[in-house]
Design a protein around this ligand. Sequence first.
Ligand code: ADP
Ligand code: MG
Length: 407
Amino acid sequence: MTTWVSAWQREQGGERARVLFARHFDAEPTGVWSAPGRVNLIGEHTDYNGGLALPFALPHRTYVAVTPVDSDRIRLVSAQEQGVREVDLSTVGPGTVEGWPSYVAGVAWALRQAGHDVRGFDIAVDSCVPYGSGLSSSAALECAVAVALDGLFGLGLADTDTGRTALTGICVRAENEIAGANTGGMDQAVSLRGQAGHALELDCRDDSVRQVPFDLTAHGLALLVIDTKAEHSHAGGEYAQRRAECERAAEFLGVDTLREVTPDGLGEALASLARLSGPEGDGSAAAEVLVRRVRHVVTEIGRVQEFVALLDQDRVHEVGAAMDASHASLRDDYQVSCRELDLAVDTARGAGALGARMTGGGFGGSAIALVEAGFVESVADAVAEAFTVAGLGAPAFLVATAEGPAA
Ligand code: ADP
Ligand code: MG
């Protein structure tokens, strides 16, 4: 049987967080806030290279019910985790908070670091964003906390796009420095700045965004998300390694970020990296790896531009080729795919998808497939069947539409 993960209605999600809060803290919360997970249409592993990405906000959200307290004590409970945790905000720093509370305390810490007057609070969390599935439950949690603290402590940042850009940076700091996950800024940007009916063209060189109309339903299409349920157990280390490789390549090429390598200059850049294997280089294997990484990043940024141009021209039926090419590049050059993602993508295409690719960091997590609206179920059934035949655990599916940001 094919498993579908539906999104909660906003009132339902808010009520769940409120009830959880009342049960554990024996009081009504001051307020409820929420923030979405995301899928990225194209532009993967480009954010930390100053590149372009094209994510949108899911209807699946993380809900937080929160009350401020007049001390530095944070008490936390989550429907997705065991027990009540407690953190002293005045002692938070890199490496001091174990497990999931680091994402919450990290946001409060980063707000304080930025000079905002934030105190302790009680918080109850509940979420319908699939957990650890590459759909960014981590950013959904951080961004829900960010808008909650913004509201509770009267910071006013969530009221403007400039303020939301600042909150994006706050959430990235929380994840990088307190949760210890060295991710780029795409997930937080779209959770805070995405708009319903639009994909977010995000330029990570200067955090500028453009809302690109993205309404598949109007075109008789749907975006099927396939959560492979494959564990990305090596994801953290591999992610950090890819990031370090990009930094090394940029340093060797004499640029701040790989964004500065243009498509026209790519051939020359790759040739000079390849020469690293010569007598002055540090081994052919390393050079070959850097060539692949740079080729992925530069061509992927080009594919975002291609994809956006097609959307702007109302030619959404034609974006499949860019999706397919993105997957091939992530699999062969960036080497972040895995058996489950490849099977999901290949099977979806074989069952009639117009294009398909892995989405998110890779090594497990989710894939996306662009399908004619009438084929959503048959493509999902084909993927579920292929997983059974391959002896893999059952995947889960959701249909993604572009919804609103953290509020
Ligand atoms: P992804 O962002 O792809 O879902 P991550 O590994 O980046 O996966 O983030 C998942 C982690 O974020 C969880 O292990 C947990 O620590 C934290 N988290 C996310 N959602 C919640 C939640 N609802 N309650 C508690 N912790 C959460
Ligand atoms: Mg995450």
